[in-house]
Design a protein around this ligand. Structure first.
Ligand code: S3P
Length: 184
Protein backbone atom coordinates (compact mmCIF):
# COMPACT_ATOMS: atom_id res chain seq x y z
CA UNK A 1 0.00 0.00 0.00
CA UNK A 2 1.46 3.32 -1.05
CA UNK A 3 0.48 6.34 0.99
CA UNK A 4 1.34 9.70 -0.53
CA UNK A 5 1.68 13.18 0.75
CA UNK A 6 2.35 14.85 4.02
CA UNK A 7 -0.95 15.25 5.73
CA UNK A 8 -1.07 17.11 9.04
CA UNK A 9 -2.01 14.68 11.81
CA UNK A 10 -3.14 16.13 15.14
CA UNK A 11 -2.67 13.98 18.24
CA UNK A 12 -2.90 14.68 21.95
CA UNK A 13 -5.00 14.42 25.08
CA UNK A 14 -8.68 15.19 25.40
CA UNK A 15 -8.94 18.95 25.84
CA UNK A 16 -5.89 19.74 23.72
CA UNK A 17 -8.11 21.41 21.12
CA UNK A 18 -7.48 18.98 18.24
CA UNK A 19 -10.94 19.39 16.68
CA UNK A 20 -11.07 23.18 16.84
CA UNK A 21 -7.45 23.60 15.77
CA UNK A 22 -8.17 21.15 12.94
CA UNK A 23 -10.98 23.42 11.76
CA UNK A 24 -8.67 26.47 11.88
CA UNK A 25 -6.09 24.56 9.82
CA UNK A 26 -8.76 23.46 7.38
CA UNK A 27 -9.75 27.10 6.86
CA UNK A 28 -6.18 28.34 6.60
CA UNK A 29 -4.90 25.64 4.25
CA UNK A 30 -8.00 24.72 2.25
CA UNK A 31 -7.21 21.04 2.89
CA UNK A 32 -9.97 18.53 3.62
CA UNK A 33 -10.47 17.67 7.30
CA UNK A 34 -10.90 14.08 8.45
CA UNK A 35 -11.77 13.39 12.09
CA UNK A 36 -11.65 9.85 13.50
CA UNK A 37 -14.29 10.58 16.17
CA UNK A 38 -16.66 12.05 13.58
CA UNK A 39 -16.17 9.08 11.25
CA UNK A 40 -16.79 6.57 14.05
CA UNK A 41 -19.77 8.52 15.31
CA UNK A 42 -21.42 8.66 11.89
CA UNK A 43 -20.68 4.97 11.30
CA UNK A 44 -22.63 4.05 14.45
CA UNK A 45 -25.15 6.85 13.95
CA UNK A 46 -24.69 7.97 17.56
CA UNK A 47 -22.47 10.12 19.75
CA UNK A 48 -19.18 8.89 21.25
CA UNK A 49 -20.67 8.60 24.78
CA UNK A 50 -23.55 6.55 23.34
CA UNK A 51 -21.13 4.25 21.51
CA UNK A 52 -19.18 3.64 24.73
CA UNK A 53 -22.42 3.06 26.67
CA UNK A 54 -24.10 0.77 24.14
CA UNK A 55 -21.16 -1.06 22.54
CA UNK A 56 -18.21 -0.58 24.91
CA UNK A 57 -14.71 0.78 24.45
CA UNK A 58 -13.41 -2.26 22.55
CA UNK A 59 -15.93 -1.80 19.73
CA UNK A 60 -15.11 1.91 19.69
CA UNK A 61 -11.38 1.17 19.37
CA UNK A 62 -12.04 -1.30 16.53
CA UNK A 63 -14.06 1.30 14.65
CA UNK A 64 -11.42 3.94 15.37
CA UNK A 65 -8.70 1.73 13.86
CA UNK A 66 -10.92 1.08 10.84
CA UNK A 67 -11.35 4.84 10.40
CA UNK A 68 -7.57 5.32 10.41
CA UNK A 69 -7.17 2.57 7.79
CA UNK A 70 -9.75 4.30 5.60
CA UNK A 71 -7.75 7.55 5.81
CA UNK A 72 -4.76 6.01 4.04
CA UNK A 73 -5.65 7.73 0.79
CA UNK A 74 -3.33 9.47 -1.68
CA UNK A 75 -4.49 12.94 -0.69
CA UNK A 76 -3.01 15.53 1.62
CA UNK A 77 -5.49 16.21 4.44
CA UNK A 78 -5.82 17.50 7.98
CA UNK A 79 -6.34 14.48 10.24
CA UNK A 80 -7.87 14.96 13.68
CA UNK A 81 -7.60 11.97 16.00
CA UNK A 82 -9.19 10.94 19.30
CA UNK A 83 -6.89 11.07 22.32
CA UNK A 84 -6.58 7.28 22.49
CA UNK A 85 -5.42 6.81 18.90
CA UNK A 86 -1.86 6.10 20.11
CA UNK A 87 -3.02 3.05 22.11
CA UNK A 88 -2.90 0.84 19.01
CA UNK A 89 0.42 0.33 17.26
CA UNK A 90 -1.30 -0.20 13.91
CA UNK A 91 -2.78 3.32 14.13
CA UNK A 92 0.60 4.79 15.00
CA UNK A 93 2.32 3.15 12.04
CA UNK A 94 -0.36 4.22 9.56
CA UNK A 95 -0.49 7.80 10.84
CA UNK A 96 3.29 8.14 10.65
CA UNK A 97 3.16 7.11 7.03
CA UNK A 98 0.38 9.55 6.25
CA UNK A 99 1.98 12.73 7.42
CA UNK A 100 3.67 14.92 9.90
CA UNK A 101 2.51 14.21 13.45
CA UNK A 102 1.69 17.29 15.48
CA UNK A 103 1.26 16.77 19.22
CA UNK A 104 -1.03 19.30 20.87
CA UNK A 105 0.22 19.27 24.42
CA UNK A 106 -0.53 21.43 27.43
CA UNK A 107 -0.50 21.89 31.12
CA UNK A 108 -2.44 19.05 32.79
CA UNK A 109 -4.82 21.33 34.75
CA UNK A 110 -5.65 23.35 31.66
CA UNK A 111 -6.28 20.27 29.56
CA UNK A 112 -8.50 18.78 32.27
CA UNK A 113 -10.48 22.02 32.63
CA UNK A 114 -11.12 22.06 28.88
CA UNK A 115 -11.88 18.33 28.65
CA UNK A 116 -14.42 18.45 31.46
CA UNK A 117 -16.28 21.52 30.21
CA UNK A 118 -18.77 19.25 28.46
CA UNK A 119 -19.85 15.79 29.60
CA UNK A 120 -18.88 14.21 26.29
CA UNK A 121 -15.80 12.26 27.44
CA UNK A 122 -16.93 8.77 28.49
CA UNK A 123 -13.51 7.96 29.98
CA UNK A 124 -13.98 10.81 32.47
CA UNK A 125 -17.35 9.64 33.78
CA UNK A 126 -15.77 8.23 36.94
CA UNK A 127 -16.01 8.99 40.66
CA UNK A 128 -12.90 11.11 40.49
CA UNK A 129 -12.50 12.45 36.93
CA UNK A 130 -9.50 14.59 37.88
CA UNK A 131 -7.59 11.55 39.11
CA UNK A 132 -8.66 9.51 36.09
CA UNK A 133 -7.45 12.26 33.79
CA UNK A 134 -4.13 12.35 35.59
CA UNK A 135 -3.69 8.59 35.18
CA UNK A 136 -4.49 8.78 31.46
CA UNK A 137 -2.20 11.82 31.06
CA UNK A 138 0.70 9.99 32.73
CA UNK A 139 0.16 6.84 30.69
CA UNK A 140 -0.15 8.64 27.36
CA UNK A 141 2.47 11.39 27.41
CA UNK A 142 5.36 9.14 26.42
CA UNK A 143 3.24 7.60 23.64
CA UNK A 144 2.53 11.04 22.18
CA UNK A 145 6.17 12.08 22.59
CA UNK A 146 7.40 8.93 20.80
CA UNK A 147 5.32 9.49 17.71
CA UNK A 148 5.39 13.31 17.48
CA UNK A 149 7.39 15.21 14.86
CA UNK A 150 6.32 18.54 16.30
CA UNK A 151 4.98 19.53 19.72
CA UNK A 152 2.96 22.65 20.44
CA UNK A 153 2.10 23.70 23.99
CA UNK A 154 -1.49 24.91 23.69
CA UNK A 155 -1.89 25.99 27.35
CA UNK A 156 -1.89 29.74 26.81
CA UNK A 157 -2.68 29.90 23.10
CA UNK A 158 -5.97 30.37 21.26
CA UNK A 159 -6.92 27.83 18.61
CA UNK A 160 -5.96 30.32 15.90
CA UNK A 161 -2.57 30.92 17.56
CA UNK A 162 -1.98 27.17 17.77
CA UNK A 163 -2.77 26.76 14.08
CA UNK A 164 -0.38 29.59 13.18
CA UNK A 165 2.32 27.99 15.37
CA UNK A 166 1.80 24.65 13.62
CA UNK A 167 2.03 26.10 10.14
CA UNK A 168 5.14 28.06 11.02
CA UNK A 169 6.80 25.01 12.57
CA UNK A 170 5.89 22.88 9.55
CA UNK A 171 7.56 25.40 7.33
CA UNK A 172 10.76 24.58 9.16
CA UNK A 173 10.29 20.90 9.93
CA UNK A 174 12.79 18.50 8.44
CA UNK A 175 10.75 15.61 7.00
CA UNK A 176 13.56 13.18 7.81
CA UNK A 177 13.63 14.09 11.49
CA UNK A 178 11.20 12.51 13.95
CA UNK A 179 12.12 14.37 17.11
CA UNK A 180 9.55 16.89 18.34
CA UNK A 181 10.45 20.58 18.21
CA UNK A 182 10.26 22.40 21.52
CA UNK A 183 7.10 24.45 21.94
CA UNK A 184 7.41 28.20 21.57
C1 S3P B 1 -10.68 9.40 23.92
C2 S3P B 1 -10.75 10.69 23.45
C3 S3P B 1 -11.94 11.22 22.75
C4 S3P B 1 -12.73 10.09 22.09
C5 S3P B 1 -13.03 9.03 23.10
C6 S3P B 1 -11.78 8.41 23.70
C7 S3P B 1 -9.46 8.96 24.62
O1 S3P B 1 -11.55 12.16 21.75
O2 S3P B 1 -12.01 9.54 21.02
O3 S3P B 1 -13.85 9.59 24.08
O4 S3P B 1 -9.24 7.74 24.75
O5 S3P B 1 -8.65 9.83 25.03
P1 S3P B 1 -10.94 13.62 22.12
O6 S3P B 1 -9.48 13.44 22.33
O7 S3P B 1 -11.27 14.46 20.93
O8 S3P B 1 -11.65 14.07 23.35
Amino acid sequence: MKIHGRSIVLIGMMGAGKSSVGRCLERRTGLTLLDTDEIVSSKFGMSIPEIFAKHGETKFREAEAKAVRAMAIPKKTIIVTGGGIVLQQENVELLRRMGVIVWLDGNEDTLFARASRRRNRPLLQTKNPRRTFSQIFDARRSLYADIADVRVDTSVLTDEEVSVAILSKLGKVNPGSRSPSPAT
